[in-house]
Design a protein around this ligand. Structure first.
Ligand SMILES: [Zn+2]
Length: 554
């Protein structure tokens, strides 16, 4: 082989490698996150029995009975399940062959079942879950077991279909030492003392909830009630350490339940328990049994204190955020992870609405300003739409897009449609999807129905595309012609935003408001004005998520 040939071969090889790389990056760019949405079968009800050992270090005995509806013709049920030991699987009344690997428990059906058939799979198992159900000690050093399942960690202790779209009702029968209190989703049906002295607690959640909201919390809690009755049975379960501070610390809960009931709809569940215990989040919105971290009542002398509740504003915010989730996220659940902002954006915005009501307009404006700054910092580094179909790591979806930008999208809709129309649309959206799921298009249609407006372009630009407007407003008063000329430029690198922008023109005689309706990235507007303005204010009511500069020309 001569040199020349070798060079040509090298070149060919390199081209080949390049095209392979190009192919891979093209695949990566086109890759859409695969989600475990309800497809072939859906669970409709779970009955989960768990028996703990004396120190709550493991599940000694577990039995999960799952009612299932075949959505398609079915020969296999592929349950999500972690690595707890499976003792047996029963299909209706007969034992069934199963295979447990790669976080899946495959149950083989001896005869294929037609779509529409209902059946029961019962799994008997035991062990110490590696995640999802956190077995640890509480703040007092006492044993505790607390479910903490977002986004898809419940299958580490309950065989299930671990996707938010797979909502189901659930009954928990939890057997624990007599000294323990047990809290779970739904209504407490009974507490029975067994022959061995242990107690079995039965809770039933009668409306379907997403799997990540299924929870039990076991511990030697102090159990407390609020000072005033709430619109649903409300109770607090905290380590003895927090016993003295819990009633005051949870003070906003009663008012939050009331405000969201008035603004949206009746509270969706049988009761509400607020628990302090093990969670990796700042708060976890499990349906009717919210868990807050052990640091919730930690004192910080620098924290801004709420005038209405006498506790840090940050605590008011997290309590109202998790309570808002009972309606948004828990009752109306995101259909896919791309729709997560329907949960987090709503909870963030409704916590701000709670602030507006109880701390006043200034506190609300400050919270929206802070949310805007959080978005800008994020968007400097990330060009990802709110509706994110690509990000694989679900924890990375807990980002300013889904929280703060989602809240701003709702704020922009509210300010542009007006309170009456906006809240009517939100109520309609909630009523149509409560105890079920919704996607972004469902919200758009509900708000279009209430307003009679076409919101396709708004949703396309703000939810399905990335970025925010960076306005540069230049104004020039042309004294001879008695006219005022505006040029509104949008400096962001991507497509224009068409939000109407209010401008206040301040002159010695008073204030006049005009609106510019941008159609592209450069909009010119000229008005007649008799005297020179002393000041021009862009978006005076802060109704658009934007960065802006205002310049005088000439
Ligand atoms: Zn949240």
């Amino acid at each position: 082989m001569d040199q020349k040939t070798r060079v040509r071969l090298n070149l060919l090889l390199r081209l080949f490698c390049l095209s392979i790389t190009a192919l891979f990056s093209l695949t990566a760019a086109l890759a859409i996150r695969r989600e475990r949405v309800v497809d072939a079968w859906r669970p409709t009800n779970y009955v989960v029995n768990l028996r703990f050992d004396d120190r709550l270090t493991e599940i000694v005995e577990a039995r999960a009975e799952i009612n299932i509806l075949a959505v398609k013709k079915l020969s296999l049920v592929d349950l999500d399940f972690g690595d707890l030991t499976v003792d047996s699987v029963i299909l209706n009344a007969s034992s069934a062959p199963f295979e447990q690997k790669n976080e899946t428990l495959a149950v083989h059906l001896p005869v294929p079942l037609d779509a529409g058939t209902t059946f029961t799979v019962t799994v008997l198992y035991h062990g110490k879950p590696k995640d999802g159900l956190i077995l640890t000690t509480d703040k007092d050093g006492k044993p505790s077991a607390v479910g903490d399942n977002w986004p898809n960690r419940v299958h580490n202790w309950i065989p299930c279909l671990d996707h938010p779209s797979a909502k189901a009702t659930i009954t928990f029968n939890i057997t624990a030492p007599a000294r323990e209190l047990v809290v779970a989703n739904g209504r407490l049906a009974s507490v029975a003392t067994n022959a061995d002295g242990n107690r079995t607690w039965s809770y039933t959640e009668a409306v379907p909830i997403p799997p990540y909201c299924m929870i039990v919390a076991v511990g030697e809690f102090a159990s407390l009630m609020p000072g005033q009755p709430a619109i649903t049975p409300l109770s607090f379960y905290v380590p003895q350490f927090d016993k003295q501070v819990a009633v005051d610390g949870f003070a906003p809960a009663t008012s939050a339940l009331q405000l969201f009931t008035q603004t949206v709809a009746p509270y969706p569940y049988e009761k509400l328990a607020l628990i302090v215990g093990a969670t990796r989040f700042g708060g976890m919105e499990n349906s009717s049994a919210i868990v807050f971290p052990n640091t919730l009542f930690s004192t910080n002398p620098n924290a801004r204190v709420s005038t209405a509740f006498g506790i840090p504003i940050g605590t008011v915010d997290v309590i109202s955020h998790e309570i808002a989730h009972q309606w948004f996220g828990d009752s109306v659940t995101e259909s896919t992870w791309s729709d997560l902002w329907l949960s987090e954006g709503f909870a963030t915005y409704f916590a701000s609405l709670f602030l507006q009501r109880y701390e006043g307009e200034q506190a609300f404006q400050e919270s929206m300003k802070h949310a805007a700054e959080t978005c800008f910092a994020y968007e400097k580094k990330n060009r990802i739409p709110i509706f994110d179909r690509d990000t694989e790591d679900l924890f990375k979806l807990l980002n300013p897009n889904n929280y703060q930008k989602g809240a701003w999208v709702l704020h922009m809709l509210r300010t542009s449609l007006g309170d009456d129309v906006f809240f009517r649309g939100i109520k309609n959206y909630y009523d149509a999807h409560k105890n079920s799921t919704a996607d972004t298009e469902d919200l758009r249609r509900a708000l279009e129905g209430a307003s009679g407006k076409d919101l396709k372009d708004f949703f396309a630009r703000w939810v399905y595309e990335s970025g925010h407007p960076q306005y540069e407003l230049t104004w020039e008063w042309q004294g001879k012609q008695l006219s005022l000329r505006f040029v509104l430029r949008q400096l962001q690198s991507d497509r224009a935003f068409s939000n109407p922008i209010a401008i206040d023109i301040i002159t010695p005689k008073g204030k006049r408001r005009i609106t510019i309706n941008p159609v592209n990235k450069n909009t010119v507007k000229v008005i007649r004005l008799e005297e020179q303005p002393s000041e021009i204010v862009l978006d005076p009511d802060s109704t658009v998520l934007k960065e802006a500069t205002v310049k005088k020309s000439g």
